[in-house]
Write a protein of this length. Structure first.
Length: 225
């Protein structure tokens, strides 16, 4: 079994990349997988959690549902490991622009995983601009209780899904925290159907690949923490 570790806070997450593992139904012993990978070259921390809203139907998706999300901080020279059957691995690197939000100093107890891609290769830049300067910006500005940092990443090989937005939370119920976000944005921008809200919610290049919340079940913070 995995050794107990102190909580991982948002300040601890400083590496330039992430390795994600999207794990199918048989993930009861995922702590053993994390304990194995923490010694893999280039991996410096681990966080994993259970799907908080299996079978979500309010948002489209192109990636099949999965039960457990593993998140690993990785160094720039990281080369991905072999993944077990029933698991999808995704390697992302930070985009040049910074994350948005607040540093709370408290453990990351949940995440909202957002995976998106442009409709055309030429549209990747405009989609990135919309995400940074419109969509994420207004979410950060309404200061959703329970949200901490929102950090953008890009696929290491620029394949689908092209972009990852990792929303970190310090709340007890990540799904309820996510549900509270949209009403706050509506108060700021106006209701659906208004130009400001619709420009925030949608972009012509946007393809939503996967969106869902996950509740923390285990963590291995960086050695230095």
């Amino acid at each position: 079994m995995i050794t107990p570790y102190p909580p991982w806070t948002v300040e601890d997450r400083t590496e330039p990349g992430l390795w994600l593992e999207l794990v199918g139904a048989n993930a009861a012993n995922y702590a053993d997988r994390a304990d194995e990978l923490i010694s893999f070259p280039g991996i410096t921390s681990a966080w994993w959690g259970l799907n908080a809203n299996p079978g979500r139907e309010d948002l489209p998706r192109k990636i099949p549902e999965f039960s457990t999300l593993g998140i690993y901080e990785v160094v720039a020279a990281f080369s991905p490991p072999t993944v077990p059957g029933g698991t999808t691995g995704l390697h992302f690197r930070r985009t040049p622009r910074p994350g948005q939000g607040v540093l709370t100093g408290t453990p990351t107890t949940g995440v909202l995983l957002v995976l998106i891609s442009p409709r055309t290769a030429e549209g990747a830049g405009t989609l990135r601009d919309w995400a940074d300067f419109v969509h994420i910006r207004h979410i950060a500005e309404v200061a959703v209780p329970g949200y901490s940092m929102i950090t953008p990443y890009e696929s290491a090989d620029q394949s689908d899904p092209r972009f990852l937005h990792l929303y970190e939370m310090d709340s007890a119920d990540p799904e309820a925290t996510f549900a509270s976000m949209r009403p706050l944005v509506e108060q700021r921008l106006g209701p659906p159907g208004s130009d400001a809200f619709d420009s925030w919610a949608w972009h012509a290049e946007l393809r939503i690949m996967y969106v869902n919340t996950f509740s923390r079940t285990g963590v291995i913070p960086p050695v230095s923490s």
